[in-house]
Design a protein around this ligand. Structure first.
Ligand code: MN
Length: 238
């Protein structure tokens, strides 16, 4: 009787251990994909007077939320459901227009909210060096970024990126909700800083005066976040 009990115990233990191992390896093979709608990292009114509270509220809770909801709808039940955004973007030319537009709209705004803050911080030594190398000076960089942002025809985004081609900082623009992680982008690279120049980003306060909005933007750039993205890129290259 005792021997049988022992055998059963061994079998049970083996079954439990096998299951635990199987579940673990399954979990390790699967990418951890969580497409969440992140909270805005500050209050709607905290970027005033540069960006007004009403614009922030509509932009985040209506526009951004709609991109997110529609992106989730577009990928649910498809092979893209369990893929990370970067992977989806790197093959976006083969995806539907909804995945490209809504996925871009979802991701771009997350980058944008995070690179804004009432606390602007300082540019790190490394990033300042890279800016000088590519643009001559911080002022020149800002001027070129302003020019690029102003020149976007219709709706789109201007970006400071680390170019995939030569690992140098570059300013580029994308139409609609495209971004520089997408395989269809003319300049591909890692986003460090972005500005949304869709009219919904500024029209309530600035109406047709996009240049004023772009100038105001510099007062609320979160350099701490931009430094962090540059650092992460540097680490990824090591
Ligand atoms: Mn927007």
């Amino acid at each position: 009787m005792k021997t049988i009990d022992f055998k059963i115990l061994v079998i049970m233990t083996t079954i439990i251990l096998t299951n635990v191992t199987a579940n673990n390896s399954e979990a390790n093979d699967k990418p951890i994909v969580k497409h969440e709608f992140p909270a805005l990292p500050y209050a709607y009114n905290s970027l005033e007077p540069y960006i007004d509270a009403q614009t922030m509220e509509l932009h985040y809770s209506k526009h951004h939320k709609a991109y997110y909801d529609n992106f989730i709808k577009a990928i649910t039940g498809t092979e893209l459901e369990n893929k990370e955004l970067k992977e989806i973007f790197s093959g976006v030319s083969k995806a539907s227009a909804a995945v490209r537009n809504m996925g871009g709209g979802y991701y771009n705004h997350v980058i944008f909210w995070n690179n804004l803050s009432p606390e602007t911080g300082n540019i790190s030594i490394d990033l300042a060096k890279a800016i000088d190398e590519s643009f001559g000076s911080l002022n020149n960089f800002k001027e070129e970024f302003n020019k690029a942002s102003s020149s976007v025809f219709g709706s789109g985004w201007a970006w400071l990126i680390v170019s995939e081609k030569d690992n140098k900082l570059k300013i580029t623009t994308t139409p609609n909700q495209d971004n520089t992680l997408m395989d269809i982008a003319s300049e591909k690279g890692t986003p460090l800083l972005t500005i949304d120049v869709w009219e919904h980003a500024y029209y309530l306060k600035y109406q047709n005066r996009r240049a004023e909005y772009i100038n105001a933007f510099w007062n609320v750039v979160n350099w701490t976040e931009v430094n962090k993205r540059y650092e992460e890129w540097q680490k990824s290259k090591k």
